[in-house]
Design a protein around this ligand. Structure first.
Ligand code: HEC
Length: 392
């Protein structure tokens, strides 16, 4: 019963996390688009201190947006702030991390084949990595490097590669990807919490007092919000990555992540250029080509044909028995599952044969089954099982 209610909690948190994330990233897209789409206003608006204006039509009405150079003549009664989308995304994400990867550490976090660290150590490293990751970003943002957009982006991609490589040495493949996402998401939420919102509070305070706010606050906020904007596409990939075991499960999964991160930023760049009226389709096209090239490079190799005899049906079912059915059975004996995961059952040889491709993918290509390799399946057993499957 507890397992069931933990699953319900998982559903609620994930549902909420995605909704909040949509609201946050949607707002990020919208405001970067808005800012880039502002055009020079007519003189009468300029006289009022408006530096850019924009007209839009949506949901059956016309909208007029004006951006002020400094303060409006009068502070409006209602001023909308955008921060809770970011905070709730981060909070629900953190709770998901705790529920799935810390409480469920044996299943999702640690990989006994990669290191001897015990669960507590891995959780400690996980928490430390978030603090270290954010600190590095924060320090870099105080160096002249941050002035140079291209160099800064390249540095971020290198950092992503370094972290995902490091995570890959001791976390399960799936957790390694999510951890890069956790660091990036934390940086993004911290940008809102520590830079963007305090800067805005300062601006509002100064304006309300009739002073001209120090423009450096606005510029800093703008820069960090652009950083967040470039991280949006990569982080969405990481959020859905656990459905795509062929990415994180690849031998060079950490490099695949760094490549997809760079490609995501590059495609985001295309949209940002588009908003400021620079039409550069090759940026988009080259991004898609790069993506397809990465996918072609990680495509699974065919199963090597065996010179030795293929194992017998009984031996194959013994492997399944040893490594799979504690979860994938009509009545699982695993304490983690009350029902077979995804309803996927391997109790009989017919059931196993019927799912040849699925098993081949998870056991041989991405190697993410048995889950977290809890039953310590060897590469030899993997090969034997898929050779048997292919040799019918
Ligand atoms: C400790 C529990 C556990 C063990 C042991 C385990 N699995 Fe899984 N398996 C899961 C969970 C949980 C999922 C669903 C989540 C996912 O897809 O990652 C799953 C999903 C799958 C799927 C995807 C099914 C579908 O319909 O898409 C396949 C295929 C699979 N497992 C094969 C295997 C094979 C083969 C073994 C043994 C070599 C095995 N699993 C051992 C827990 C386990």
């Amino acid at each position: 019963m507890l397992a069931y209610w933990l699953e319900v909690l998982h559903l609620m948190l994930r549902y909420f996390h995605i909704i909040a994330g949509i609201a946050w990233i949607g707002a990020s897209f919208y405001f970067v688009w808005l800012d880039n789409s502002l055009r020079e206003p007519p003189q009468w608006k300029k006289d009022k201190g408006i530096k850019g204006d924009l007209w839009a039509i949506h949901g059956g009405g016309f909208y007029e947006v004006a951006k002020y150079q400094n303060a409006p003549e009068e502070m409006p009664k209602t001023l909308h702030w955008f921060m809770w989308e970011a905070y709730t995304t981060w909070i629900t994400g953190t709770l998901l991390l705790i529920l799935l990867y810390y409480i469920g550490a044996e299943a999702y976090l640690v990989d006994p084949m990669k290191s001897d660290f015990n669960t507590a150590t891995v959780i400690g490293l996980s928490i430390a990595s978030i603090i270290i990751g954010y600190s590095i970003y924060n320090v870099l943002c105080r160096t002249p490097l941050v002035e140079n957009g291209k160099l800064f982006a390249a540095t971020m991609i290198l950092l992503v590669a370094a972290f995902s490589w490091w995570f890959d040495t001791f976390l399960s493949d799936r957790a390694a990807y999510i951890h890069v996402g956790v660091i990036v998401g934390t940086v993004m939420a911290a940008n809102v919490f520590f830079v963007i919102i305090p800067g805005q509070r300062h601006m509002v305070k100064e304006m309300a007092a009739g002073r001209t706010p120090d423009p450096s606050y606005g510029l800093r906020g703008k820069r960090h919000s652009v950083h967040n904007n470039y991280a949006t596409l990569p982080i969405i990939f990481i959020m859905i990555s656990n459905h795509f075991a062929f990415t994180y499960g690849h031998d060079y999964g950490w490099l695949v992540l760094a490549a997809l991160f760079a490609i995501g930023m590059w495609i985001r760049h295309y949209f940002n250029l588009e908003h400021i009226g620079q039409h550069k389709p090759w940026v988009f096209v080259s991004g898609i080509i790069a993506f397809v090239v990465v996918m072609a490079l990680i495509a699974p190799k065919a199963v090597p044909t065996s010179s030795e005899a293929i194992i017998s049906d009984a031996q194959a079912m013994a492997i399944v028995e040893k490594h799979c059915v504690e979860c994938h059975s009509a009545s699982p004996t695993s304490t983690m599952f009350t029902a077979p995961p995804l309803g996927f059952v391997m109790d009989t040889i017919e059931q196993v044969r019927a799912s040849e491709d699925k098993i081949y993918n998870r056991v041989y290509v991405s190697k993410d089954m048995p889950m977290a390799n809890m039953t310590q399946m060897t590469d030899e057993e993997r090969l034997e099982l898929v050779q048997w499957l292919k040799a019918k």
